[in-house]
Design a binder for this molecule. Structure first.
Ligand code: 4GX
Length: 251
């Protein structure tokens, strides 16, 4: 799978390509990645990529011609690509969208600056508008990195470990269970005994309970929309009875 990023700050990606998951995936030839400077497609003498908005007002808008030329050139070099515009007006990114994007041949990520891009770019040249969340960034570059990071780790073989596929079924509807490593006692707090027991079934049970209860307490919205499995329902039922009992004896 390939990622082509269109930006006026391609150097922002130099460190990104060379660390962690993304670097690993590039080294293992699971992904091809490059950041292209939109300015290289600007035709005028000053290589301008932005201009003043029609109708007046403050701020600048990204000119359509350089951007269109950059998108078309990237699409020509990488056929099968989906084009993505990073914008607060897009669909809010989540794990399901990451999976959908991971199944494409490649992505051309358009990272705008200023007040945004000329509206006429969107209609013909953009397949998806994606937001990484309801807050305002100064440019689409960080948002693009978020998408690439989340998508890369879903590409088979990119993580290197066995882990990826296994966790995936889990990853968008329950939070992770609590994790512990050495030492057994840290600042007076102990690791739950079952995790030291070597009893794999009990450890799996404890982890499921940890996941379900953390989700209930920290992200009840996730539980609400999830189809609960039988063991998950039993855990919630057990805690419901427990809490009812506690409340009752306190009356
Ligand atoms: N999730 N921004 C993009 C400029 C812009 C505005 C409109 C295209 C259309 C953001 C986000 C985000 C700030 C990146 C505005 N480009 N992007 N930029 N939240 O806030 O993705």
């Amino acid at each position: 799978m390939f990622f082509t990023v269109l930006t006026i700050f391609p150097e922002m990606f130099d460190l990104f390509w060379n660390h962690g998951i993304v670097r690993r995936a590039i080294e293992h030839k699971k992904i091809l990645a490059s950041a292209v400077n939109i300015r290289d497609y600007a035709a005028d003498r000053h290589q301008a990529t932005d201009d003043r908005p029609y109708g007046g007002g403050s701020g600048m808008v990204m000119k359509p011609e350089p951007l269109a030329a950059a998108i078309r050139d990237a699409a020509r070099m990488r056929s099968g690509a989906k084009t993505v515009l990073m914008t607060p007006q897009g669909r809010v990114f989540n794990q399901k969208m990451a999976r959908e994007l991971a199944s494409s041949d490649g992505l051309i990520l358009v990272c705008g600056r200023y007040e945004g891009v000329d509206e006429r770019i969107c209609h013909d040249l953009i397949d998806y508008e994606i937001s990484i969340g309801d807050y305002v960034l100064t440019g689409g570059e960080l948002a693009g990195m978020v998408i690439i990071d989340a998508v890369s780790r879903l590409i088979p073989g990119a993580l290197g470990g066995e882990d990826a596929a296994e966790k995936d079924s889990f990853s968008d509807d329950l939070l992770e269970h609590a994790h512990y490593t050495r030492p057994v006692i840290f600042e007076g707090q102990e690791v739950p005994e079952v995790l030291l027991s070597g009893h794999h079934q009990q450890i799996d049970d404890w982890r499921l309970e940890s996941s379900v209860m953390r989700t209930l307490l920290k992200r009840p919205d996730l539980l609400q929309k999830k189809d609960l499995t039988r063991p998950e329902r039993e855990i919630l039922e057990k805690w419901r009875r427990e809490i009812e009992y506690i409340l009752q004896v306190q009356k």
